[in-house]
Design a protein around this ligand. Structure first.
Ligand code: PEP
Ligand code: MG
Length: 317
């Protein structure tokens, strides 16, 4: 055998790695759900909705405008089903639509998307969905249908919250369609704004089962660096102490309140950051399909390091 094969195929690296911290997978394209499930991930820490909509070529608001809510719900059910089914009974956190105006402009019915100078600071995520609650309602109705079909592994995650009232409002809309957040179904938020991190206790008071760090956005908003602006890309760093400080604060508050913590941003695939998150006590780390195995090894190594450190301390005492 060649040198390369010897290096790449040691039997040990194929052995399943066990970790206490869960390792999950992000799914952006439902067609890739099978492959994502085959990683052995403990669930889906982020199921993105945007591609489900972009793939139809039609803006979701057009279905509503044309009186075709039922069709929109069907599309959502069909797409989400592909994921919750292959992962069952492993949990899948469905993230409600986070559609930036610049990306949805090209769709049929998207011509009247407003032009925004800073779409990343603009009309997207939950703030937009509360302005267009018909789309959010259709999403919740789709989730309810799946839940009624026995897919109790589906949970809901709200993106880009900056005020607890947004969470309150989203929960109210879920209840209006007959879903009981935190009773029927796991309900959580993404921590993507410094505001959410700084007042996480107020979100906990409203009631959540989990939080997930969207560090792609949390980094851009903390550092005031547009994640899509190449001129400042060199300054973009998820490991910036201010970002880590916000994360640490949230994990501590959540731990004290019995709220699960997770990460689904790209920072969850950076070894140094994963090690820090494991030390802080994060419940799960969710990575892209091609990174899951490596992340699991990093998590395992971090857990072992932590145990060894604690054991050495005990021995010295
Ligand atoms: C994030 O912001 O880290 C995240 C996972 O969401 P998205 O990349 O879809 O904005
Ligand atoms: Mg985000």
């Amino acid at each position: 055998s060649t040198k390369k094969e010897e290096v790449e195929a040691p039997a040990l690296s194929q052995a399943p790695v066990l970790t206490v911290t869960e390792v999950k997978v992000n799914v952006s394209m439902v067609e890739a759900a099978q492959k994502a499930a085959a990683t052995g991930a403990d669930g889906v820490g982020l199921l993105r909705t945007e591609h489900m909509m972009l793939a139809t070529g039609v803006h979701p608001k057009k279905y509503i405008k044309d009186g075709n809510e039922a069709e929109l719900i069907n599309i959502l059910v069909e797409n989400i089903l592909k994921v919750v089914d292959v992962f069952y009974p492993r949990p899948v956190w469905y993230r409600t639509l986070d559609a930036p105006t610049d990306e949805f402009k090209t769709l049929d019915g998207g011509q009247d998307e407003p032009y925004e100078h800073n779409p990343m600071l603009g009309w997207r995520g939950i703030r937009r969905e509360l302005d267009e609650p018909e789309i959010l309602k259709a999403e919740f109705k789709a989730i309810k249908k799946l839940h009624e079909q026995g897919y109790t592994n589906v949970g809901i995650m709200i993106p880009l919250v900056q005020h607890p009232d947004e969470l309150k409002e989203a929960k109210k809309i879920a209840e209006e369609v007959g879903l009981k957040p935190q009773k029927d179904i796991e309900f959580g938020i993404m921590v993507e704004t410094p505001a959410a991190a700084l007042i996480i206790e107020d979100f906990i008071d409203v009631g959540i089962d989990f939080v997930s760090f969207g560090t792609n956005d949390l980094t851009q908003y903390t550092l005031a660096i547009d994640r899509n602006n190449e001129h400042v890309a060199g300054l973009y760093s998820e490991g910036h102490p201010a970002v880590l400080k916000l994360i640490e604060r949230v994990i501590k508050k959540c731990e004290a309140a019995g709220v699960k913590t997770s990460i689904c941003g790209q920072a969850g695939s950076i070894p140094k950051i994963v090690e820090k998150l494991v030390e802080l006590g994060i419940s799960s780390v969710s990575a892209n399909t091609d990174a899951v195995n490596e992340v699991r090894r990093t998590v395992a190594r971090s857990e072992q390091k932590l145990l060894l450190k604690a054991a050495r301390k005990l021995v010295k005492e």
